[in-house]
Design a protein around this ligand. Structure first.
Ligand code: BGC
Length: 761
């Protein structure tokens, strides 16, 4: 016995020795390879690796004659962005590896942010699923499809915390919460990168936009951010760090300035925080022309801002070609050092090495994969399942939903049959013709069980100028009919129906980049339509398309059922039908607060208490509140109904005192008391009652998404340990401070059971 144990131990040691040795060996091999390569590179070629020019619109068969080709031949290009298709990518890669002196392969990046040709819900929708397996699965499929089409690098995930729904890019992120955002960031990275970047179906992730892009003042895109360090570290930084800890190979700088210094030139951010504190080993790429834009920020001329960016630790220059045009001169004038150029170049070469591009520059260029692995039926089916998990049921008076599959159903609204809008913003590889509209989804799910009466009823917006801004110039306005005529048609069919489903909201491009709104109501013409439909006295269901929280206070008061579907992607229309007719029970929860009106913004659940909080729901003189509105959100963070009901009881703590080496078990009973099987997101929040800095009124610390059958009762258990109690104090130390903590467990951030425990020294 003793002998065999010994043998086993020796064997184990050998395994450890060999595996650590092979890791060291791989590392050494990489270093040797890159050292050798760099020893052959001219200064120009090194600077060339830092260059990520815009690809323009290179047509297949024309790459050779494009402007870019000449630069590639000279070794002045490190990679390209947003080139689509294996044939083009192959053609361009060939120039690099056959016609440039050192044959260094290019890296091809793209904004694959919510799927590739199989388009999934927008990221804010995906976040509403609170299901990390599902998000990882969607990222895996996105990587599979993108890599089959030549792409090896995605500019995703966007993990910018956003508390301002006026900001259009709130649609691209995971909402307002650092904890949820961090879990989601990890899931994306794992999904894209898989367990091995060298495989041909995994792609490198680029977490963005570092840093604080979501905190743009007034919700206006690209605007300034100015923030205390304590807030940055506790509330905005965690998702970036989580993505890096999960192994993200690259990170993108943000457009904005951070406390006065534009992110791309901000050495504190790109070197001190990223490299020294977080030990990030990948490479940093700027956002689109962000170095050049530092001139407009007021940081100096092109040469000065480029030197500033390189010195900050920014490795690759997206589109601006600022490094290419200035770094040589800056080096000769000693404004940058060769070490700085070398370091940036090395990091980019390392990424190419990690992707296996030196071994096979064409590993993502398999024409066969492009035909067989993209937009497959399997992927489309997964997309349909996933989309249905992202919808949030906001109201369901008298259980109007789910609708019975019978009778006459009026389907009305500008989003009911609009193929272009289904995929949602930033869907670069979507083929809109493949998107299923809500009308088609209804037909698919209903067959001949019910009669569908369809009318558009309204344009998304009536104002022609506004319309042009949100449709890339392709008008969404029906020029053959006036608004009154559209409404009249809709009312006519609505009168004949048993139930009305109004599919209203934002067009796809009303959110996303450069789509900030100062008024986040439903567009006026759509509101008028809705009001007229309600006057008919029939049951009305509002299916809401949106890329951001909308101020739908009036709708909440007047419409009996509201299902928020964000933008569900290619299969969104089918998924809407699945949920509306009860084949799927909705389980999405809001990752972001819906305010009652824009005046409340920023409104987020994990706010501070202030010295004068309200004790009642309504106005009190000299308390922190408004004269004209309560402090309450319209729908709180974590909110979302189901067709069934969940009853929470028996919140129990294994101990009411905890020292720093202990774990407390928190358990709660959840019972499905309604008539449907369902899924519920059980949410755990903590409040640190006394701190060396003021602490939020509650913070999400854990959650579990569970399946629970009708009539079933489950006990859900969470472990709390010292790590869950830590925060960055005023000296930016990550500490847990002794004292009382309140525990809240419930179905959303407002409806919880409460208990408390004490952290003792
Ligand atoms: C966006 C980035 C995106 C880049 C490349 C920029 O305008 O801010 O998020 O990755 O373009 O397409």
């Amino acid at each position: 016995m003793q002998v065999s144990k010994k043998i086993y131990f020796v064997f184990f040691l050998m395994v450890i020795f060999l595996s650590s040795n092979s890791y060291a060996q791989n590392k050494a091999e990489k270093e040797i390879f890159i050292d050798e390569l760099m020893s052959k590179m001219t200064l120009q070629e090194k600077i060339g690796q830092l260059n990520l020019p815009g690809s323009g619109d290179i047509k297949t068969g024309e790459a050779n004659n494009s402007d870019i080709a000449g630069k590639i031949r000279l070794g002045l290009v490190g990679g390209l962005l947003n080139v689509k298709s294996v044939s083009k990518i192959k053609e361009i890669q060939k120039i690099a590896v056959e016609e440039s002196r050192l044959k260094i392969p290019l890296i091809f990046g793209m904004d694959v942010i919510h799927g590739y040709r199989t388009t999934f819900p927008i990221p804010l929708g995906l976040a509403s699923s609170w299901d990390m397996n599902l998000i990882e699965k969607m990222a895996r499929i996105a990587a599979q499809e993108a890599s089959a089409d030549g792409i090896c690098w995605t500019f995703s995930p966007m993990v910018d915390i956003a508390r301002d729904p006026r900001w259009g890019r709130i649609a691209e992120g995971a909402g307002e919460d650092a904890y949820l955002g961090s879990r989601i960031a990890e899931a994306y990275v794992k999904g894209y990168q898989g367990d091995d970047l060298k495989k041909n179906n995994t792609i490198m992730s680029c977490v963005k936009h570092f840093a604080l892009y979501g905190a743009a003042e007034a919700g206006r895109d690209y605007n300034t951010t100015d923030m205390s360090l304590v807030r940055m570290y506790n509330e905005y930084f965690p998702p970036y760090k989580a993505a890096i800890d999960a192994g993200a190979g690259s990170i993108m700088t943000s457009f904005n300035d951070v406390n006065g210094i534009p992110a791309s030139g901000n050495r504190w951010l790109m070197t001190e925080v990223l490299r020294n504190q977080w030990k990030f080993k990948g490479f940093v790429v700027t956002d689109y022309t962000a170095i050049q834009e530092m001139i407009t920020h007021g940081m100096g001329d092109l040469q000065a801002v480029s030197a500033m960016a390189l010195h900050a630790g920014t490795d690759m220059d997206m589109v601006g070609e600022s490094y290419l045009s200035t770094l040589e001169k800056s080096l000769s004038e000693q404004k940058v050092t060769l070490e700085e150029i070398d370091l940036a170049c090395r990091r980019i070469l390392e990424a190419k090495y990690d992707l296996g591009l030196f071994e096979d520059p064409f590993k993502y260029c398999d024409e066969n994969r492009a035909v067989t692995e993209i937009a497959t039926i399997e992927n489309m089916n997964v997309a349909r399942d996933i989309a249905a998990q992202t919808f949030v049921l906001l109201k369901n008076k008298n259980q109007i939903l789910p609708l019975a599959k019978k009778g006459k159903i009026a389907l009305i609204g500008p989003l009911a049959n609009s193929r272009f809008d289904m995929a949602g913003m930033w869907s670069v590889a979507a083929e809109h013709k493949e998107s299923v509209t809500v009308l088609e989804g209804f037909k698919n799910v209903l067959g001949n069980k019910a009669e569908i009466l369809y009318a558009k009823g309204a344009n998304v917006v009536d104002d022609k100028d506004y319309d042009a801004r949100i449709t890339w110039g392709t008008s969404g306005i029906d020029s053959t009919k006036t608004s009154a005529q559209l409404r009249k048609e809709a009312l006519k069919i609505a009168k004949k129906s048993d139930v009305i489903v109004a599919v209203l909201g934002e067009g796809a491009e009303m959110s996303g980049e450069c789509s900030s709104r100062s008024n986040i109501d439903l567009p006026e013409n759509q509101k008028i339509l809705l009001a007229e439909l309600l006057k008919l006295g029939k049951p009305v269901v509002l299916v809401l398309y949106t890329g951001r929280p909308l101020t739908i206070t009036w709708e909440n008061e007047n419409v009996p059922a509201i299902l928020n579907v964000w933008f569900g992607g290619t299969q969104g229309g089918n998924a809407v039908a699945d949920v509306v007719f009860g084949d799927v029970n909705p389980s999405g929860k809001l990752p972001v607060t819906f305010p009652q009106n824009v005046g409340q913004i920023p409104l987020y659940y994990n706010c501070k208490n202030t010295g004068r909080p309200l004790s009642n729901e309504w106005f009190e003189k000299y308390k922190s509140n408004y004269l004209d509105i309560t402090n309450e959100p319209l729908y709180p963070f974590g909110f979302g109904l189901s067709y069934t009901n969940f009853k929470y009881s028996n919140l129990t703590l294994s101990n009411t005192k905890m020292n720093e080496n202990e774990t407390i078990k928190i358990s709660v009973q959840v019972e499905n008391t309604g008539n449907f099987d369902g899924k519920e997101v059980v949410q755990l929040y903590l409040r640190d009652l006394v701190g060396s800095i003021s602490r939020p009124v509650m913070e999400l610390k854990n959650f579990q998404k569970i399946d629970i059958k009708k009539g079933e009762k489950k006990t859900i258990t969470f472990d709390i340990d010292i790590e869950d109690l830590k925060f960055y104090n005023n000296d930016l130390q990550f500490v847990a401070e002794p004292g009382t903590f309140e525990v809240f467990v419930g179905t959303n951030s407002k409806e919880t059971l409460k208990a408390e425990f004490e952290l003792i020294k």
